[in-house]
Design a protein around this ligand. Sequence first.
Ligand SMILES: Cc1cc2nc3c(=O)[nH]c(=O)nc-3n(C[C@H](O)[C@H](O)[C@H](O)COP(=O)(O)OP(=O)(O)OC[C@H]3O[C@@H](n4cnc5c(N)ncnc54)[C@H](O)[C@@H]3O)c2cc1C
Length: 404
Amino acid sequence: MAEAAGVLGQSPEFATVVVIGAGPAGLTVANLLRRSGVDCVVLERRSREYVAQRQRAGIVETRAVRMFDRWGLADRVLGGPPHDGILEFRVDGESHLVSDSDGSEGPAARLCPQQILVQKLTATYLADGGDLRFEAADVSVRDLNGDRPTVRYRTADGTPHTLTCAFVAGCDGDRGYSRTVVPEGVLTAHAFDHGIGWLTVLADAPPPAHPLLAVSSQGFAAHFPRGPHSSRYYLQCPPVDHPEAWPDTRVWDALRGRLGDSALAAGPITEREIFQLRSLVHDPMQYGRLFLVGDAAHIVSPMGGKGMNLALYDADLFAGAVRDFLRDGDESGLRSYSQRCLRRVWNDQEFSHWLTRTVHDAGDDSRCGPFHRSLARARLDRLFTSPPAARAFAELVTGLDPVG
Ligand SMILES: Cc1cc2nc3c(=O)[nH]c(=O)nc-3n(C[C@H](O)[C@H](O)[C@H](O)COP(=O)(O)OP(=O)(O)OC[C@H]3O[C@@H](n4cnc5c(N)ncnc54)[C@H](O)[C@@H]3O)c2cc1C
């Protein structure tokens, strides 16, 4: 407690928390800390313009919406309309609408594209007087095992800066720096390659009525809203494919075939990328005074829409734990941070893995054989016909399951 009081009253080059990375994880940590009266500095390698335009996730799940609501931030940081709670599966062109709302009271999931969340988190943090330093190069961290870690970086003109702090939040994503400072042998990496490639396409084309997952013998495809006039599409492809092999006509023909919609409206394609579906968990998510938050600690295959939402979950636990320590001298949140985060991470990994296997195995059987194709179709059939199965699915989609 004595330390906690001292930490709050330091000079400007001391920040109680240094946050590395201004993606959804880092910006959420920073905003929640400010709401708690805890000072922090955010160091981001890229420019504000770059970070604000990075398009990825599209739905802030119900649990995360309620988290922002609990912190009094939902109105300020969330954009986009509420999600209507319906997900469409299309199997060989036949539509099945599944409720992904658990029917509970309270705000629902929002169709809020990741870049809108990032823009609003940035604006809110800065409007509240937050310290956010873009284009911070060569970030390095020392003394994580003492109670005053040191963080060094350079500004764009090369000027070196040093900050001391009480905690470092490593929010710099899967390819960031923070995790690399943990000595060899401390973290265990659990990695899984699904052996599946996805072509992902962003286009200025009308969004679907509901988020749409399509299963067919031609392979998996999906169509998600990303704003009133834009959509993200996914097409299963060989893991080592190239975007150049997918000119516009091939993209739209494949989507029309797999979605079973010959009238699907096309539009200008603004992004085209191939990536491999993979999952990765680092355990533990803490080393000394360094706490890994979001993609810096774990990657979830995009099926199920959990990556960004897990980052928001970690951020909530970390900020709450720092607040409790500084305000009440209560260390329990910091001590249990890794264990509590990992419980949800594995829960969401399992959901994402289940859904990935189901929608891919149920389609093209050249990948998994007819036996697994029939198993996957049986799982889908259960989801479409059994109310308890649909309820369990909704609980996982909303994030309102009992885990955490
Ligand atoms: C194509 C695609 C689709 C996706 N769809 C979904 C979805 O539908 N739903 C979902 O929930 N998730 C989805 N995700 C996952 C989601 O985008 C990530 O989980 C999310 O971005 C994680 O946020 P983060 O803040 O942890 O990491 P990031 O968003 O990666 O942010 C890390 C930040 O740290 C900065 N940084 C890196 N290194 C340094 C350094 N050395 N110094 C300072 N700063 C640094 C980076 O510039 C970046 O701004 C998708 C991902 C992809 C690729």
